[in-house]
Design a protein around this ligand. Sequence first.
Ligand SMILES: [Zn+2]
Length: 250
Amino acid sequence: MSKYAYRDQNRKVIVSADQAMEEDRNNVFYCPNPLCDAKLYICSIDGSKEAYFRATKSEYRHVENCPFNNSSIDFDKSRYDESQFVYDEAINNLLQPTKKARTKNKGGKDKKGKSVAHPLRTLGQIYSMCKSLSVKSTYSDKQISEMILDDRSEYRYPKGCFGNRIIEACIKGKIYDSQKKEIYLVSPMASHKYTFILSFDDEEMYKTIQNEVYTNKDKIVVVAGKWESSGTFNIFKTNVCSKKQVLIVK
Ligand SMILES: [Zn+2]
């Protein structure tokens, strides 16, 4: 399910599902993933205005592991307060050790117990937002390409990936080193251009995440990190202090 798609096969004209018109109902659209041949059609969730694109024809399905063929990226922007979202704050919060995570600004319910919109907080929420918009779009005044390294935004990272960034990654070759308490990923998923090292201090957290990555080694792994050079060309490293930093897209 995708919140946006391309009107043309050359992927020049972006259409968001909310903008698609009644007359688009039978038109073919193209998957945001340039390496995916899926043909998409506009669908509407019954009883709501939330429209999305889906590959409804069996002969034009998404390629394997296409990020736009996963319900994890379903994003309902009306549930979140965009104006209150500050990307670096949100990432820094995910990087806090699990026990010390700030509980301030929790939101979710008002005094009467009614649900209210709060800013995006979890990695899953931020990732699904990033995938619901084109990389040149902005969310709370920040361009998506500055938030996430994936196949679409690779052109923005010619020299590597530094600072607070989300990476959409996969496994290639060596997966982990238990002596060093490290897990290895590559990103973007198509080019495998960069290698990323997740480094742990906490043995238990290392084991939990290592096991989860290993048992889902054919899946997409999304990581929020504060990336720096490992000292080796094209290899970057972050500490993982919280399980909130890693998301397996199942
Ligand atoms: Zn696709």
